[in-house]
Design a protein around this ligand. Sequence first.
Ligand SMILES: NC(=O)c1ccc[n+]([C@@H]2O[C@H](COP(=O)([O-])OP(=O)(O)OC[C@H]3O[C@@H](n4cnc5c(N)ncnc54)[C@H](OP(=O)(O)O)[C@@H]3O)[C@@H](O)[C@H]2O)c1
Length: 250
Amino acid sequence: MTDTAVITGATSGLGAEFARQLAERGHNVVLTARNLERLEAKAAELSARYKVKATVLPADLATPEGVEAVAARVAQPDVGILVNNAGYGLKNDFHNNTAQAELDNLNVLVSAPLLVSHAAVNSMLARGGGRIINVASVAGFVPRGTYSAAKAWVISFSRWANLHYSSRGISVTALCPGFVHTEFHERMQMDKSPFPGWMWLDAERVVREGLTDAFAGKSVCIPSKRYKVLAAFGRRGPQALVARVAARGR
Ligand SMILES: NC(=O)c1ccc[n+]([C@@H]2O[C@H](COP(=O)([O-])OP(=O)(O)OC[C@H]3O[C@@H](n4cnc5c(N)ncnc54)[C@H](OP(=O)(O)O)[C@@H]3O)[C@@H](O)[C@H]2O)c1
């Protein structure tokens, strides 16, 4: 039986593309996000196009109930693939955001992947294996606000979990893209125009490279050569300079 894949944030951008590529590979998919109408439209499209079972699970991952609902679905024995993808950025600097807005963002970017991965790892250990993909960002390699800090957690967690659980058949991969054309920047009202074309990647490529590296059992995937180089600079360059360069992007 083909593993079912659960994808969070599956209504647009990278999550929608993960759902499409996994359905194309023959996996049944469980799509989760907040917007039920968009979820149902996406599920209908995928089941008609790829002849797989596509179901929806509306959930707000900033809330304990939303996270519990997704964790409960992930704990079912048919689930062999989990993509923790849902996420967003905050428009303002840390001190200009309310503390609640920062906490909600941290819950979606960190607490939700932690709790859903906890359910997935327990279930995958019992079924003898599985794959978890955590969508992080190259921002996780540079000091740039709480978004970078959250993504750094995702990368560090994935590195450790991949080492720790690979001998028991579970791979955990942090996918670290640079700028990707999705709804992300519009949602946070960010002006995309200062960033040149070469800095932008397509979701199709990012997801394809992410799935290749995840199925190869890698702990970190940085799509494209240009971003591999930039991430190496972020990790090894002088931190004051890295912070100055990083301050120009998100
Ligand atoms: N685009 C980039 O340049 C870029 C670069 C590096 C990393 N990333 C990361 O990639 C991931 C996907 O982002 P994207 O670029 O594909 O953005 P996107 O097009 O805005 O998609 C975000 C998805 O997350 C869902 N979502 C947002 N808040 C949620 C919540 N509270 N609960 C449940 N679902 C929620 C949205 O659906 P609903 O609104 O219906 O809930 C949507 O499906 C994020 O983790 C982001 O940090 C993006």
